[in-house]
Design a protein around this ligand. Structure first.
Ligand code: NAP
Length: 346
């Protein structure tokens, strides 16, 4: 067996932090040794500080870890961050400067030109921005790597499949996002029960810009963003986990429906511990994907696509689904850490 790394979680008591604790319970490369959160939690054992909301019990290995404030040093080799963006920018920089690899779910650094915004299967080579980042920011061993907004993760993979082969010209996307995406306690029950909520603060701008960086090409001058426009509307819906994206796409070259489906299905997964067997699963069932039935595909790491059809205004339309706290957050961060180890950055 290879080396085991000691892992610290920033924002460990939150929705994404709990998912980290669950996903890392039996991980062959990682062991959680440190957990940090706000002053409300610091000084308490994790089992007391955390209002555990996932099925199953709090993993035994983390129950008694005493939560610390979000400052270096932390008793670990790698830091996963699931902090609100209001505190993430300063804190993540402090950890990177103190020599820790920081793998972040927060939006704070995603669009910085020297910070990789990774979906491991799509743009793993963007990790090379780390050298640029270290030079620019004067980091020695530490660095910051980010994963995308949880709604972007649902539709960027099928777009990547189409962009590689046919070129994407424009995208119209409507997202239907789960309640857990707002963290805990998140949206008030009276706002979301019997309702569709047409506003998620700050979400539409993120959904309109992140895919272009992820699908961009790495050059000596940095990432040249993919040249397409995205128009997005984002809704909060009464679903616990699983973000759905309804997508219409205009392509730069012509493609048959069979080509479109074949390109999505053929997009390879990786050979890392958290990689799903199938990265993009395309279903022919007319009533799928559905959050309740499909969010756990590939242990929550598969993107499920369905209802792929020619469109009357754009070229094609489809519906894409991903598990927002697994593929959209903690699971992708863990996969990114596995990728960084495999490429020698950790
Ligand atoms: P959450 O449930 O509200 O959890 C927030 C965590 O941050 C808690 O551990 C909280 O600690 C800690 N925290 C809050 N304010 C703090 C402060 N001032 N100083 C130190 N720690 C503080 O939120 P979440 O849903 O896990 O989201 C965390 C981050 O991940 C956000 O940036 C979010 O945008 C991003 N993200 C979330 C999802 C998702 O599906 N939920 C998906 C992708 C990305 P206490 O318990 O002590 O308050």
């Amino acid at each position: 067996m290879g080396r085991r790394y000691r892992v610290g979680i920033l924002g460990a008591t939150g929705t994404v932090g709990q998912r980290f604790a669950q996903l890392l319970e039996d991980h062959p490369q990682f062991e959680i040794t440190a957990m940090a959160a706000s002053d409300r939690s610091a000084g308490k054992p994790y089992s007391e500080a955390c209002a555990w909301k996932l099925s199953g019990r709090i993993p035994a290995g983390v129950r008694d870890i005493v939560v610390t404030p979000i400052e270096p040093p932390m008793d670990c080799d790698i830091v996963f961050s699931s902090l609100p963006s209001s505190v993430a920018r300063e804190t993540e920089e402090a950890f990177a400067r103190a020599g820790y690899p920081v793998i972040s779910n927060s939006s704070s650094y995603r669009m910085d030109e020297d910070v990789p915004l990774l979906i491991a299967e799509i743009n793993g080579e963007h990790v090379r921005l780390i050298e640029r980042q270290r030079e620019k920011r004067g980091f020695d061993r530490g660095f910051i790597v980010t994963n995308p907004n949880c709604a972007v993760v649902s539709f960027a993979p099928p777009l990547a499949a189409l962009h590689r082969k046919f070129g994407v010209e424009s995208v119209f996307v409507t997202t239907m996002q789960a309640i857990s995406g707002a963290g805990y306690p998140g949206v008030a029950s009276l706002d979301i029960t019997d309702n569709v909520f047409p506003y998620i603060a700050g979400e539409e701008p993120k959904v309109e810009i992140e895919a272009q960086k992820i699908l961009g090409s790495l050059t000596d001058g940095g990432v040249v963003k993919a040249d397409f426009t995205v128009s997005a509307q984002c809704f909060r819906v009464n679903v616990v986990d699983g973000h759905v994206a309804s997508v219409r796409v205009k392509l730069r070259s012509s493609a048959t429906l069979e080509d479109v489906v074949a390109e999505m299905r053929a997009f390879p997964s990786l050979d890392l511990h958290s990689s799903p067997e199938t990265f993009i699963e395309v279903t022919d069932e007319p009533s799928r994907p559905q959050p309740k039935l499909d969010r756990d595909n590939g242990n929550g790491m598969t993107i499920t696509v369905g209802r792929v059809f020619p469109d009357n205004i754009f070229d094609y339309r489809f519906v894409a689904l991903s598990h927002n706290t697994v593929r959209g957050a903690a699971g992708s961060a863990v996969l990114n850490a596995e990728l960084l180890i495999s490429k020698g950055y950790i």
